[in-house]
Design a protein around this ligand. Structure first.
Ligand code: NAD
Length: 371
């Protein structure tokens, strides 16, 4: 079996495997890993780095033709049928793209839908990329904020620390809290999962209590849609805190659904001029009513940045984390020379096979559910 690393199309800067991953793949395949020429360059990994690690560099056509298992960060459009493809294809957010993978006759595995079990943590690209995004969101906010983050006591007077409100205390939110705290901000955070409270407090932030959140044990640790009554009370609580905040970091999401609207335009109007909102949920509608995906706008003196792809802006370490997740998955993908579909993580990650969408939720979203 030969593994081939494809170059992702610009503007993607990450690469699905790094030179550091090549040696570990000897346990998966005796054949050398193939690399599309220049695939790692935008993440600052040269072809020579991969060659030194034992990979063979070739043109794209050759990699597409000779490799059995192709890896990429995003969905490629030119992989020939019969191949196995592994990456992060966002099938829950882009079911049409998933349908195209199926119609191309690929066996496609998308690591962003891996079941969220303890064993899966080492392969979970969503967590890895959320870690990068949460960290970068704070740095981005700090550079746009018209104020300091930390408290300062100087000969020129005292400066109060910035107040940061984090919406959603999952992987990105917790990393954002930790990073904002390291920069000296006073942080509070809101989440609908009761379990998030302890994690927020352990990072030295305050938890914004709103009674009556719905939780579903069957949702695999994810949040679920809330009642209208809860939404109203949460919005009122957030609006109060937004008026005091210098920075709001939005990370609240519900997989496969529109992001919950938590900061209405009215709350932005009451924010201090010079404050900043970073909306990581922008690509699924945003937590802020005024967010424009992929844009930075100024609304009444408040800078609102809608960017769900902040991980791509730190491509070296983001690729290292992605690559490590990928290696761990490739190690379980095959058993005795066959796709190991008896493994719940392999099966749960499979988007399509033999021309059919096989992932139940993706099938439902793509409108092709059986029956
Ligand atoms: P996510 O990106 O889907 O959502 C981000 C956060 O937003 C979540 O904490 C969610 O509860 C919150 N949220 C959703 N709606 C909200 C609302 N209306 N108001 C406020 N907050 C709202 O989530 P995630 O970061 O991927 O993590 C979700 C859960 O999965 C966490 O419990 C995390 O620890 C767990 N997890 C488990 C594994 C694993 O076991 N393999 C891996 C990663 C994450």
């Amino acid at each position: 079996m030969t593994i081939g690393i494809l170059a992702d199309a610009s503007p993607e800067n990450r690469v699905a495997l790094t030179p550091e991953n090549i040696a570990a793949l000897a346990a998966v395949s005796k054949e050398p890993v193939m690399l599309e020429k220049g695939a790692g360059l935008r993440a600052f990994f040269s072809d020579a780095d991969y060659q030194t690690a034992g990979a063979v560099v070739a043109l794209r056509e050759e990699v597409l033709g000779r490799a059995d298992v192709l890896v990429s960060v995003n969905r490629p459009l030119d992989v020939p049928s019969g191949k196995v493809l592994v990456g992060g294809f966002n099938p829950l957010g882009d079911p049409d793209g998933a349908r195209q993978l199926a119609s191309c006759g690929l066996a496609a595995f998308s690591l962003d839908i891996i079941p969220r079990t303890t064993r899966a943590q080492a392969m979970d690209i969503l967590s890895s990329m959320a870690t990068v995004s949460g960290y970068r969101a704070v740095l981005l906010a700090a550079t746009h904020l018209a104020r300091f983050f930390p408290m300062f006591m100087t000969a020129a007077g005292s400066i109060k620390p910035a107040k940061v409100l984090v919406i959603g205390a999952g992987v990105a939110g917790l990393q954002a809290i930790a990073t904002a705290r390291r920069l000296g901000a006073v942080v509070e955070a809101s989440d609908v999962r009761a379990a998030a409270k302890e994690e927020v407090l352990s990072l030295g932030a305050k938890f914004v209590e709103v009674e009556g959140a719905r939780e579903d044990a069957g949702a695999g640790g994810y949040a679920v849609e809330q009642t209208d009554d809860f939404k109203k009370r949460q919005q009122a609580e957030v609006e109060k805190r937004a008026a005091q905040a210098d920075v709001i970091l939005c990370t609240a999401q519900i997989p496969g659904r529109k992001a919950p609207l938590i900061i209405p335009a009215g709350a932005v109007a009451n924010m201090k001029p010079g404050s900043v909102i970073i909306d990581l949920a922008a690509s699924s509608g945003g937590n802020c009513e005024l967010t424009k995906n992929g844009e930075t706008i100024l609304a009444g003196g408040v800078t609102i940045i809608g960017d769900s792809n902040l991980a791509a802006g730190m491509p070296a370490d983001a690729s290292r984390m992605f690559g490590k997740n990928m290696v761990n998955f490739l190690k379980i993908l095959y058993k005795d020379g066959q796709l190991n579909l008896d493994d719940e993580l392999v099966a749960g990650t499979c988007v399509c096979r033999n021309g059919e969408l096989v992932h139940e939720r993706v099938r439902a979203l793509a409108g092709t559910a059986a029956g």
